[in-house]
Design a protein. Sequence first.
Lengths: 387, 396
Amino acid sequence: MLGWEFPPFISGGLGVHCFELTRALGKRGVKIDFFMPKSGKKVESNDPNLRIIGVAETNIRPYLMISKTGRITAAGEKFIDAVQLYNSECEQAVLEMHKTEKYDLVHAHDWLTAKAAAGIKEKTGLSIVQTFHSTEFDRTSVPWDFILDIERMAAQKADIIIAVSQRTRAQVLRLGADERKIRVVYNGVDSAKFTGIAPSRTAEEFKNGRRTVLFLGRLTEQKGPVQFLHAAKKVVQVMPDTLFLIVGTGELLPLLINLSLELGISKNVSFLGYVSDSDQRKIYSASDLYVMPSTSEPFGITALEAMASGTPVIISRTSGVSEVIRSALRVDFWDINGMAEKMVALLKYRPLRSTMGGMAQDDARKLTWDKTAEETQKVYGEAFARK
Amino acid sequence: MDICFYFQVHQPMRLRHFSIFGDGEDTSFGKYFDNELNKQIMEKVATKCYIPTNNLMLDLLEKHPDFRISYSITGVFLEQCKMFMPQILDSFRALAKTGRVDFLSETYYHSLSSLFPSKEEFIEQVEMHKKAIGDLRTDPTVFRNTEAMFSNDIAYLVERMGYHGIMAEGIDHVLGWRSANYLYTVNTCQKIKTLLRNYKLSDDIGYRFSAKWWSEYPLTADKYSSWLSKLEGDCVNVFMDYETFGEHHWQDTGIFEFLKHLPGEVSNHKHLRFTTPSMLVNDVGARGSIDVPHITSWADMERDTSAWLGNEMQRSCFNQMLELEQPVKESKNPEWLSIWRMLQNSDHLYYMCTKSLSDQDVHNYFSPYESPFEAYINYSNILADFSSKVKKEARK
């Protein structure tokens, strides 16, 4: 399996997915060599079925480096170089290992690893399973041709494509993929990690009795933080004591800080930046509700994580996770009034919070990574048969 | 063997989407209730169901002198007919004129008022309903509570109000070895007789008629009549929503053809006879007595009140609505009283139900909301707005 991120270096759904999927597949007896960029810190596996192999040194996180206008920034140039380097070294490493390991197939994730997968297929005839966690259409409003081309190539070369939602499936079709080879396999959540977490005392002191609304994600246009702040402004008009937490960082941070000042709600908004996994869990459970207003969200694992914590969620209709859950309030990402009304309702009405929170946990418990792994394994069987 | 066909006729007064960011001074009826939507739905269902079914029923009554049917029409429905489509009322009047159509009593507002701690409101709503259907039938003798909610206590109350019969769901665990095809008295009452719904034969038409997965699909009038002819007992009560005809099952399912042939097919079996609830309680004796300490209903798998009061959201809305009884009545404001009572439509609570999937589908089918949570939010926002006005007035 060819990946990019892996805990503790996660900057998106791809990393969580690879970590949880490889563990769940390992438990099901699938042997995996997981290739990822080598970094300063050491990543280990205690599962005998899973080996982690680092190639080509890089510290660069993929989705923080491309400006939304699609211009290649200096960091972007460096990033593309790093991707190229990783792919060629990854390809060499797999070909070398294949001599002794005799792999059955290659599973690649996103465009980041597609070139290596294509190279391996060309030289060995191994089938490719290609997962799309997102496409360039989701990530920016002005897609970058350089990446689109790689995605189109990946859609062509793959024997079977896994899309993380029906929504993503539609985007992959836009890349020119043959619809007969696309399978939808949804992400899951490890509910045990998110249940029974007591909010830390610092969090409680910070909240100071205030009702708390959480935004958690990269601060980019795609995730909808601007709409979030506009809705927050409306909420503050009727519930002046509400606290809005913004977790994550990204190119829009300066703009958002400015906006919160302009809207006169800076006292109600706290920007927390990056937080560790364990703090993230505490923040989910300390929040009264989680809002995911993304303009385009291929899946949205964070919504499942919040739900597993028993925190009710408001999600945009344009999200993949919306296809698999019952207990969420759905909004159009552009509908500021609707979003604010739903936030106020959840903050105001305890019976709504507790009913939705309880059902959210039930929903989340049904979406396990083992289920994702089971369906992925089926796809492997199909791809292997095509060799 | 007596065959009693009974149809429930109801359309709720649906709520307007209420924005908390709107201005807040006005409390007129139109601020909370969506007349446009209600009119639209009434017109749609009238075209698909009420008008063609009433016409067909009238034909059948003319053609078959032994054919008999019965209705219970909510006050909320009658009110909307007057507002949007008076011709529906005319066609019910034409049916009433045949003398072979029975009309039953119920609460005007299709409410859960029989569950209120004080019974005054319930009694008032039943009286209101009696007045409202006065030109269809005077002094009905059989009572049908909202969604067939029934218990010893409800039967006791209804008997004291002068009724001779009351409808209820024929529930297996209540009946034990006994059959729903007989009349029973109630342990805690004197004489009132219960008419128990035969849920199998009712749902064969109401739910399963157009179900292709059903082993008896397609259902014909001939087949159905032969089932009726083989039953043991004194009577069979086939109760369903009137919207079964043309709305739950569209015309192209053949539901009207089925209905058209039913009276003829039934009369081929000499021992079968059409009857009405009023005739039943007059002519047929009770064969024992039932004991129903807890409330039963005809809804969902549970057949209890959980479709309306099963989760915290529903119970909280019900209790808050209840708290307004005193201030609303003390205000002597007739519009407020009417708003408060319309907010009692059991449908508002039904939309908030969060049950297991199969029943949820049924709830969603009827709901104008995207989810039970949206239903709760809108109702709560309206109740909060209304309540603040009423309580402000009460403090003056």
